[in-house]
Design a protein around this ligand. Structure first.
Ligand SMILES: NC(=O)c1ccc[n+]([C@@H]2O[C@H](COP(=O)([O-])OP(=O)(O)OC[C@H]3O[C@@H](n4cnc5c(N)ncnc54)[C@H](OP(=O)(O)O)[C@@H]3O)[C@@H](O)[C@H]2O)c1
Length: 332
Protein backbone atom coordinates (compact mmCIF):
# COMPACT_ATOMS: atom_id res chain seq x y z
CA UNK A 1 0.00 0.00 0.00
CA UNK A 2 2.81 2.46 0.90
CA UNK A 3 4.36 1.78 -2.53
CA UNK A 4 1.19 3.09 -4.18
CA UNK A 5 1.12 6.09 -1.83
CA UNK A 6 4.76 6.84 -2.65
CA UNK A 7 4.04 6.69 -6.39
CA UNK A 8 1.19 9.18 -5.96
CA UNK A 9 3.32 11.51 -3.80
CA UNK A 10 6.25 11.30 -6.21
CA UNK A 11 4.20 12.27 -9.23
CA UNK A 12 1.16 14.34 -8.35
CA UNK A 13 0.25 17.56 -6.55
CA UNK A 14 -2.47 18.54 -4.08
CA UNK A 15 -3.22 16.22 -1.15
CA UNK A 16 -1.53 13.32 -2.99
CA UNK A 17 1.86 14.99 -2.56
CA UNK A 18 1.58 14.39 1.21
CA UNK A 19 1.22 10.61 1.01
CA UNK A 20 4.93 9.73 0.75
CA UNK A 21 6.80 7.64 3.33
CA UNK A 22 9.39 10.44 3.62
CA UNK A 23 8.36 14.06 4.03
CA UNK A 24 10.26 17.20 3.18
CA UNK A 25 8.95 20.71 2.62
CA UNK A 26 10.68 23.80 1.25
CA UNK A 27 10.34 25.44 4.69
CA UNK A 28 12.82 22.88 6.01
CA UNK A 29 15.55 24.18 3.71
CA UNK A 30 18.41 25.23 6.05
CA UNK A 31 19.84 28.73 6.28
CA UNK A 32 22.26 29.23 3.37
CA UNK A 33 24.00 32.43 4.46
CA UNK A 34 27.52 32.64 3.00
CA UNK A 35 26.89 30.01 0.34
CA UNK A 36 27.04 30.33 -3.45
CA UNK A 37 24.81 28.41 -5.86
CA UNK A 38 24.17 27.91 -9.56
CA UNK A 39 20.80 26.83 -10.94
CA UNK A 40 20.55 26.11 -14.65
CA UNK A 41 17.13 27.00 -16.01
CA UNK A 42 16.49 28.92 -12.79
CA UNK A 43 14.49 31.64 -14.50
CA UNK A 44 11.28 29.67 -15.06
CA UNK A 45 9.36 26.56 -14.15
CA UNK A 46 10.81 24.20 -11.56
CA UNK A 47 14.17 25.99 -11.73
CA UNK A 48 12.50 29.22 -10.59
CA UNK A 49 10.96 27.35 -7.66
CA UNK A 50 14.45 26.14 -6.70
CA UNK A 51 16.09 29.57 -7.17
CA UNK A 52 13.35 31.33 -5.19
CA UNK A 53 13.71 28.85 -2.31
CA UNK A 54 17.51 29.19 -2.11
CA UNK A 55 17.14 32.98 -2.05
CA UNK A 56 14.39 32.88 0.54
CA UNK A 57 16.78 30.89 2.73
CA UNK A 58 19.50 33.55 2.42
CA UNK A 59 21.87 32.16 -0.22
CA UNK A 60 24.54 34.86 -0.57
CA UNK A 61 25.01 34.61 -4.33
CA UNK A 62 23.01 32.83 -7.00
CA UNK A 63 23.85 32.39 -10.66
CA UNK A 64 20.97 31.56 -12.98
CA UNK A 65 22.10 30.11 -16.30
CA UNK A 66 19.67 29.93 -19.21
CA UNK A 67 19.07 31.18 -22.74
CA UNK A 68 16.23 33.70 -22.71
CA UNK A 69 17.20 37.08 -21.24
CA UNK A 70 13.54 38.17 -20.92
CA UNK A 71 12.88 35.16 -18.69
CA UNK A 72 15.96 36.04 -16.60
CA UNK A 73 14.77 39.65 -16.22
CA UNK A 74 11.24 38.52 -15.36
CA UNK A 75 12.58 36.13 -12.72
CA UNK A 76 14.64 38.89 -11.08
CA UNK A 77 11.61 41.19 -11.12
CA UNK A 78 9.41 38.53 -9.53
CA UNK A 79 12.03 37.88 -6.85
CA UNK A 80 12.37 41.60 -6.12
CA UNK A 81 8.59 41.87 -5.74
CA UNK A 82 8.32 38.80 -3.54
CA UNK A 83 11.55 38.82 -1.51
CA UNK A 84 12.83 42.40 -1.91
CA UNK A 85 15.32 44.19 -4.15
CA UNK A 86 18.29 43.32 -1.90
CA UNK A 87 17.54 39.65 -2.47
CA UNK A 88 17.12 40.10 -6.23
CA UNK A 89 20.51 41.87 -6.28
CA UNK A 90 22.11 38.61 -5.15
CA UNK A 91 21.13 37.04 -8.49
CA UNK A 92 23.34 37.09 -11.57
CA UNK A 93 21.71 35.89 -14.78
CA UNK A 94 24.15 34.47 -17.35
CA UNK A 95 23.38 33.49 -20.93
CA UNK A 96 24.50 29.89 -21.30
CA UNK A 97 23.28 27.59 -24.06
CA UNK A 98 24.00 24.08 -22.81
CA UNK A 99 24.10 22.84 -26.40
CA UNK A 100 27.10 25.10 -27.05
CA UNK A 101 29.86 23.41 -25.07
CA UNK A 102 32.49 26.05 -25.85
CA UNK A 103 30.18 28.64 -24.33
CA UNK A 104 29.55 26.41 -21.31
CA UNK A 105 33.33 26.12 -20.83
CA UNK A 106 33.68 29.93 -21.00
CA UNK A 107 30.82 30.51 -18.56
CA UNK A 108 32.35 28.07 -16.06
CA UNK A 109 35.75 29.78 -16.39
CA UNK A 110 34.18 33.21 -15.78
CA UNK A 111 32.36 31.96 -12.68
CA UNK A 112 35.58 30.36 -11.39
CA UNK A 113 37.22 33.79 -11.64
CA UNK A 114 34.35 35.62 -10.00
CA UNK A 115 33.78 33.55 -6.89
CA UNK A 116 36.06 31.55 -4.62
CA UNK A 117 33.39 29.03 -3.62
CA UNK A 118 30.52 27.00 -5.06
CA UNK A 119 28.38 25.11 -2.56
CA UNK A 120 25.40 24.13 -4.71
CA UNK A 121 25.09 23.25 -8.38
CA UNK A 122 21.60 22.42 -9.63
CA UNK A 123 21.72 21.02 -13.16
CA UNK A 124 18.05 21.59 -13.89
CA UNK A 125 17.70 22.96 -17.44
CA UNK A 126 16.01 20.64 -19.86
CA UNK A 127 14.91 20.20 -23.44
CA UNK A 128 11.57 18.50 -22.94
CA UNK A 129 9.55 15.93 -24.84
CA UNK A 130 10.14 17.36 -28.31
CA UNK A 131 10.57 16.11 -31.86
CA UNK A 132 14.10 14.69 -32.22
CA UNK A 133 16.58 17.16 -33.72
CA UNK A 134 20.34 17.72 -33.97
CA UNK A 135 22.37 20.63 -32.57
CA UNK A 136 24.69 22.65 -34.80
CA UNK A 137 27.47 20.23 -33.79
CA UNK A 138 25.43 17.32 -35.14
CA UNK A 139 24.43 15.74 -31.82
CA UNK A 140 20.95 14.75 -30.63
CA UNK A 141 19.64 17.86 -28.87
CA UNK A 142 18.17 15.99 -25.91
CA UNK A 143 21.51 14.37 -25.07
CA UNK A 144 23.49 17.52 -25.94
CA UNK A 145 21.51 19.85 -23.64
CA UNK A 146 20.16 17.64 -20.87
CA UNK A 147 23.23 15.47 -20.35
CA UNK A 148 26.40 16.59 -22.15
CA UNK A 149 26.06 20.33 -21.51
CA UNK A 150 25.63 19.65 -17.81
CA UNK A 151 28.60 17.28 -17.75
CA UNK A 152 30.78 20.02 -19.30
CA UNK A 153 29.48 22.56 -16.78
CA UNK A 154 30.03 20.25 -13.80
CA UNK A 155 33.45 19.17 -14.96
CA UNK A 156 34.67 22.74 -15.50
CA UNK A 157 33.30 23.85 -12.14
CA UNK A 158 34.74 20.88 -10.27
CA UNK A 159 38.02 22.63 -9.33
CA UNK A 160 35.96 25.36 -7.62
CA UNK A 161 33.77 22.81 -5.86
CA UNK A 162 36.86 20.89 -4.71
CA UNK A 163 38.31 24.10 -3.31
CA UNK A 164 35.06 24.67 -1.39
CA UNK A 165 34.98 21.09 -0.12
CA UNK A 166 38.66 21.24 0.91
CA UNK A 167 37.67 23.93 3.43
CA UNK A 168 35.51 21.32 5.14
CA UNK A 169 32.16 22.35 3.66
CA UNK A 170 29.75 19.96 1.96
CA UNK A 171 29.16 20.63 -1.73
CA UNK A 172 25.96 19.29 -3.27
CA UNK A 173 25.16 18.76 -6.94
CA UNK A 174 21.63 17.95 -7.97
CA UNK A 175 20.76 16.67 -11.46
CA UNK A 176 17.17 17.03 -12.69
CA UNK A 177 16.30 13.62 -14.11
CA UNK A 178 12.80 12.15 -14.42
CA UNK A 179 10.78 8.99 -14.05
CA UNK A 180 10.56 9.32 -17.82
CA UNK A 181 14.05 7.73 -17.90
CA UNK A 182 12.09 4.48 -17.99
CA UNK A 183 11.04 5.41 -21.54
CA UNK A 184 14.63 5.14 -22.85
CA UNK A 185 14.89 2.59 -25.69
CA UNK A 186 15.36 -0.89 -24.19
CA UNK A 187 18.41 -1.50 -26.42
CA UNK A 188 20.25 1.63 -25.20
CA UNK A 189 23.98 0.93 -25.04
CA UNK A 190 25.56 4.38 -25.46
CA UNK A 191 27.90 2.69 -27.92
CA UNK A 192 28.21 5.41 -30.57
CA UNK A 193 27.10 8.85 -31.71
CA UNK A 194 25.02 7.16 -34.43
CA UNK A 195 23.11 5.33 -31.73
CA UNK A 196 22.22 8.47 -29.76
CA UNK A 197 21.39 10.31 -32.97
CA UNK A 198 19.00 7.56 -34.02
CA UNK A 199 15.35 8.64 -33.84
CA UNK A 200 13.71 7.05 -30.80
CA UNK A 201 10.71 9.42 -30.93
CA UNK A 202 10.04 12.36 -28.58
CA UNK A 203 9.52 10.20 -25.47
CA UNK A 204 12.34 7.77 -26.21
CA UNK A 205 14.79 10.56 -26.94
CA UNK A 206 13.83 12.53 -23.80
CA UNK A 207 13.83 9.35 -21.70
CA UNK A 208 17.32 8.40 -22.93
CA UNK A 209 18.71 11.80 -21.89
CA UNK A 210 17.06 11.47 -18.46
CA UNK A 211 18.55 7.98 -18.10
CA UNK A 212 21.92 9.63 -18.84
CA UNK A 213 21.30 12.12 -15.98
CA UNK A 214 20.95 9.24 -13.50
CA UNK A 215 23.89 7.26 -14.90
CA UNK A 216 26.12 10.35 -14.70
CA UNK A 217 25.06 10.71 -11.05
CA UNK A 218 26.04 7.11 -10.24
CA UNK A 219 29.29 7.49 -12.21
CA UNK A 220 30.23 10.69 -10.36
CA UNK A 221 29.50 9.04 -7.02
CA UNK A 222 31.86 6.13 -7.85
CA UNK A 223 34.61 8.21 -9.43
CA UNK A 224 34.59 11.45 -7.45
CA UNK A 225 32.62 11.18 -4.17
CA UNK A 226 33.86 7.69 -3.30
CA UNK A 227 37.26 8.36 -4.80
CA UNK A 228 38.72 10.91 -2.43
CA UNK A 229 36.03 13.63 -2.27
CA UNK A 230 33.51 12.41 0.31
CA UNK A 231 32.00 15.85 0.83
CA UNK A 232 31.14 16.47 -2.82
CA UNK A 233 27.75 14.78 -3.19
CA UNK A 234 25.76 14.28 -6.37
CA UNK A 235 22.16 13.08 -6.57
CA UNK A 236 19.58 12.86 -9.33
CA UNK A 237 15.94 13.85 -8.82
CA UNK A 238 12.46 13.31 -10.20
CA UNK A 239 10.28 16.39 -9.58
CA UNK A 240 6.95 14.70 -10.37
CA UNK A 241 4.47 15.76 -12.97
CA UNK A 242 4.74 19.56 -12.83
CA UNK A 243 2.80 22.36 -14.50
CA UNK A 244 5.47 24.32 -16.45
CA UNK A 245 6.09 25.59 -19.98
CA UNK A 246 7.36 22.13 -20.90
CA UNK A 247 4.20 20.36 -19.81
CA UNK A 248 1.66 23.01 -20.90
CA UNK A 249 3.08 24.54 -24.11
CA UNK A 250 6.11 22.70 -25.50
CA UNK A 251 4.31 19.34 -25.41
CA UNK A 252 2.10 20.56 -28.29
CA UNK A 253 5.10 20.71 -30.64
CA UNK A 254 5.51 16.91 -30.96
CA UNK A 255 1.86 16.16 -30.08
CA UNK A 256 -0.34 19.03 -31.39
CA UNK A 257 -3.62 17.31 -30.42
CA UNK A 258 -2.68 14.47 -28.05
CA UNK A 259 -0.61 17.02 -26.06
CA UNK A 260 -3.88 18.42 -24.66
CA UNK A 261 -4.16 15.32 -22.46
CA UNK A 262 -1.01 16.49 -20.68
CA UNK A 263 -1.38 20.26 -20.95
CA UNK A 264 -5.03 20.53 -19.85
CA UNK A 265 -6.34 17.06 -19.08
CA UNK A 266 -3.87 16.49 -16.24
CA UNK A 267 -3.55 20.08 -15.03
CA UNK A 268 -5.58 19.61 -11.86
CA UNK A 269 -3.35 16.84 -10.56
CA UNK A 270 0.00 18.30 -11.57
CA UNK A 271 2.36 19.74 -9.00
CA UNK A 272 3.05 23.47 -9.12
CA UNK A 273 6.59 24.76 -9.70
CA UNK A 274 7.30 24.98 -5.95
CA UNK A 275 6.13 21.44 -5.24
CA UNK A 276 8.25 20.39 -8.23
CA UNK A 277 11.27 22.09 -6.64
CA UNK A 278 11.09 20.01 -3.45
CA UNK A 279 13.37 17.03 -4.30
CA UNK A 280 16.00 19.30 -5.92
CA UNK A 281 16.07 21.59 -2.87
CA UNK A 282 16.39 18.52 -0.65
CA UNK A 283 19.25 17.13 -2.78
CA UNK A 284 20.94 20.53 -3.02
CA UNK A 285 20.80 21.47 0.66
CA UNK A 286 20.11 18.45 2.89
CA UNK A 287 21.13 15.14 1.31
CA UNK A 288 23.87 13.31 3.16
CA UNK A 289 24.21 10.42 0.69
CA UNK A 290 25.39 10.51 -2.90
CA UNK A 291 24.60 8.63 -6.11
CA UNK A 292 20.89 8.34 -5.37
CA UNK A 293 17.79 8.84 -7.50
CA UNK A 294 15.52 10.93 -5.25
CA UNK A 295 11.83 11.24 -6.06
CA UNK A 296 9.45 13.83 -4.64
CA UNK A 297 9.41 14.81 -1.90
CA UNK A 298 12.60 13.04 -0.74
CA UNK A 299 12.18 9.33 -1.46
CA UNK A 300 15.22 7.44 -2.78
CA UNK A 301 14.13 5.01 -5.50
CA UNK A 302 16.19 2.42 -7.38
CA UNK A 303 15.15 3.65 -10.84
CA UNK A 304 15.11 1.38 -13.87
CA UNK A 305 17.47 -1.56 -14.18
CA UNK A 306 19.45 0.29 -16.86
CA UNK A 307 19.86 3.27 -14.54
CA UNK A 308 21.66 1.00 -12.05
CA UNK A 309 24.23 -0.39 -14.48
CA UNK A 310 27.83 0.71 -13.77
CA UNK A 311 28.86 -0.75 -17.12
CA UNK A 312 26.30 1.39 -18.99
CA UNK A 313 27.37 4.45 -16.99
CA UNK A 314 31.02 3.88 -17.96
CA UNK A 315 30.06 3.54 -21.64
CA UNK A 316 27.92 6.68 -21.48
CA UNK A 317 30.76 8.71 -20.00
CA UNK A 318 33.35 7.35 -22.48
CA UNK A 319 31.02 8.35 -25.31
CA UNK A 320 30.32 11.74 -23.72
CA UNK A 321 34.04 12.57 -23.44
CA UNK A 322 34.64 11.43 -27.02
CA UNK A 323 31.69 13.29 -28.59
CA UNK A 324 32.27 16.52 -26.67
CA UNK A 325 35.98 16.65 -27.51
CA UNK A 326 35.52 15.65 -31.19
CA UNK A 327 32.62 18.03 -31.81
CA UNK A 328 33.74 21.05 -29.78
CA UNK A 329 37.35 20.59 -28.71
CA UNK A 330 36.25 20.88 -25.08
CA UNK A 331 37.95 18.43 -22.73
CA UNK A 332 36.00 17.03 -19.78
N1 LIG B 1 7.57 19.59 -15.88
C1 LIG B 1 7.63 18.30 -15.58
O1 LIG B 1 6.58 17.64 -15.38
C2 LIG B 1 8.95 17.61 -15.46
C3 LIG B 1 8.96 16.26 -15.08
C4 LIG B 1 10.19 15.60 -14.94
C5 LIG B 1 11.37 16.30 -15.17
N2 LIG B 1 11.33 17.62 -15.56
C6 LIG B 1 12.61 18.30 -15.78
O2 LIG B 1 12.66 19.48 -14.99
C7 LIG B 1 13.57 20.42 -15.58
C8 LIG B 1 12.93 21.79 -15.64
O3 LIG B 1 11.87 21.76 -16.59
P1 LIG B 1 10.52 22.58 -16.41
O4 LIG B 1 9.43 21.59 -16.43
O5 LIG B 1 10.65 23.52 -15.30
O6 LIG B 1 10.44 23.30 -17.82
P2 LIG B 1 10.53 24.84 -18.28
O7 LIG B 1 9.70 25.70 -17.41
O8 LIG B 1 10.27 24.81 -19.73
O9 LIG B 1 12.05 25.21 -18.00
C9 LIG B 1 13.09 24.68 -18.76
C10 LIG B 1 14.34 25.49 -18.49
O10 LIG B 1 15.43 24.90 -19.23
C11 LIG B 1 16.11 25.92 -19.89
N3 LIG B 1 16.77 25.43 -21.11
C12 LIG B 1 16.19 24.77 -22.15
N4 LIG B 1 17.10 24.54 -23.11
C13 LIG B 1 18.28 25.07 -22.65
C14 LIG B 1 19.58 25.17 -23.19
N5 LIG B 1 19.89 24.70 -24.41
N6 LIG B 1 20.54 25.77 -22.45
C15 LIG B 1 20.26 26.26 -21.23
N7 LIG B 1 19.04 26.22 -20.66
C16 LIG B 1 18.06 25.63 -21.38
C17 LIG B 1 15.07 26.96 -20.22
O11 LIG B 1 15.71 28.18 -20.46
P3 LIG B 1 14.93 29.50 -20.99
O12 LIG B 1 14.27 30.05 -19.78
O13 LIG B 1 16.02 30.37 -21.50
O14 LIG B 1 13.98 29.03 -22.02
C18 LIG B 1 14.20 26.93 -18.98
O15 LIG B 1 14.71 27.81 -18.01
C19 LIG B 1 13.94 19.84 -16.94
O16 LIG B 1 15.18 19.17 -16.85
C20 LIG B 1 12.83 18.83 -17.20
O17 LIG B 1 13.22 17.82 -18.10
C21 LIG B 1 10.15 18.28 -15.70
Amino acid sequence: MQTIKNTLAENFGGPMSKLGSTQFSLDECPDLTGKVAIVTGGSRGIGYGIAHTLLKHNISKLYILSITKEAGDAAKEAIAKDLGQDTADRVTWVHCDLADWKQVERVAAAIRKETDRLDILVNNSGWGIMTPSLTSSGVDKHMAVNHMGHVVLTSHLLPLMKKTADRGDTVRISNQASNAHQGAPSDTQFASLDEINSDAGPNGQYGRSKLANILFTRYFNRNVTKNGHPNILMNATHPGFVSTKQSTQDIHEPYPIAGYAMSYGMDLIKKDQFQGAVPSVYAATMAEDSGQFICAPAIPEPGSEMSQSDELADKLMDLTRQVVSERSGVII
